[in-house]
Design a protein around this ligand. Sequence first.
Ligand SMILES: [Fe+2]
Length: 165
Amino acid sequence: MNAMALLRTMHSETKFRLKGILGSDQPAEAQQAWQALRPLLELHEKLEDEYVYTALAEEFGAGSPLGDWAQRHDGDVAIVAQLIAEVDAAQPGTPEWRMALGRVADALTRHVTDEEGQIFGRIEQTWDAARLESIGAEMQQVVEGAAAKQPVSRRAHAASARRRR
Ligand SMILES: [Fe+2]
């Protein structure tokens, strides 16, 4: 799979799952779904950082839009990490918990809009198809490796989420 297509798929799956959690009226279920989603958020930003933005920074250097994105991404990640910590500090299912989760969802929506609107297209014009495919294949392997390490119930959940699409 093309690396950018894989990242876009992860974006839309994250949005879908967050919407489900925020809309749930079952606190235990919502908390479980949130705990299952959390490692995927970390995995996603790690993939972007390690496979895409770090390589761009090395190739293009500071002062160019592609080279500077890694720094901007680090800033986004730090903000989201702080917002996630606020979710963890709240009691699951309470209005505070839901509001904290809503702030995570808002921050991620901004992240997605920025990346998909400003940088993914530029990367697709910069790296050729073969390179995008090979990076995508490497990232896909990491995603599958992470899924295999999840407990069975979460794997079943992920599989049913895939079937729904
Ligand atoms: Fe992203």
